[in-house]
Design a binder for this molecule. Structure first.
Ligand code: ADP
Length: 259
């Protein structure tokens, strides 16, 4: 992989009043990688991402995104990033085509809405409103909206929370597809299988500091090297395997559509 830095965060600090949510955090993200920010609730992941996304003020530290200094050129950064909105942030009266039109107008970008809907497999929902979509479809649509300005970096905050196993795997394919186009992806997740499958590197954040940063494989090898051994699994499958085996790999919403 090309190891060109696209994001560099140095000594980032964020105070909320007396509370220090982010404590001297430093990390780099390389162009074209899928980078995971992992950590318990309250660790400071969202705060960190929102600062990089220009949506939140930092207390101190230096953040560079694609060569732009966050303090000097936040508007240049806004132009080259895609940030996932929660579905509640969409105008309720508009359908998917109309929302894409609205966003492309806001970004001053011409996009083919049908092609964009194809990217996230929602062509047949073009005339639906967001509230009429399933959880997985909502997430796919909100990811589609991050792509409208053809960003170099996409930020996804827990994109698969609450989705069923098929929809989760479908989103993984979508995220890999976005990266395959050359886009850098930063993702937060509480699912370690997801981080292991998707992320080239992960940073584990706890109480506002990074306590580990490496590839998933390296982190696992380091743990094993300490003598750690997982309680031996006697069975060759788990309950998730049973679920997928019984209900299939295909998206359930696709079947609802046919009936
Ligand atoms: P994470 O995304 O890892 O769950 P957050 O960045 O959302 O963590 O929050 C980090 C800490 O900062 C938490 O303890 C949270 O309560 C606190 N926090 C987040 N936003 C605010 C805010 N606007 N005002 C005060 N405290 C906040």
């Amino acid at each position: 992989m090309d190891k060109k830095k696209i994001i560099s965060v140095e000594h980032l600090v964020k105070h909320y009043g007396d509370f220090v949510a982010v404590k001297d955090l430093s990390f780099d993200v390389y162009e074209g990688e899928i980078f995971g920010l992992l950590g318990p609730n309250g660790a400071g992941k969202s705060t960190t991402l929102e600062i990089i996304e220009t949506l939140r003020e930092k207390t101190s530290g230096k953040v560079m995104v694609a060569g732009y200094d966050l303090d000097a050129q936040p508007n240049e950064i806004k132009k080259i990033i895609g940030v996932q909105l929660q579905s509640s942030g969409f105008y309720p009266g508009l359908n998917l085509l109309e929302l894409i039109d609205l966003f492309s107008g806001l970004y001053n970008r011409k996009v083919d809405p049908w092609q964009l809907l194809d990217t996230v497999n929602l062509r047949d929902k073009a005339k639906a409103k967001v509230k009429e979509l399933s959880g997985g479809q909502k997430q796919r649509f909100s990811i589609a909206t991050t792509l409208i300005n053809q960003p170099r970096i996409v930020f996804l905050d827990e994109p698969t929370t609450g989705l069923d196993p098929q929809a989760r795997r479908n989103l993984w394919d979508l995220v890999k597809g976005i990266r395959a186009q050359g886009t850098t992806v930063i993702i937060t997740t509480h699912y370690m299988d997801e981080a292991e499958y998707l992320c080239d590197r992960v940073a584990i954040v706890d109480s506002g500091t990074i306590i580990a940063l490496a590839t998933p494989d390296q982190l696992i090898d380091e743990l094993v090297a300490t003598g750690f051994e997982r309680p031996r699994e006697m069975k060759k499958a788990n309950l998730e395997d049973v679920f997928i085996h019984l209900t299939g790999h295909s998206l359930r919403e696709a079947e609802i559509k046919k009936s």
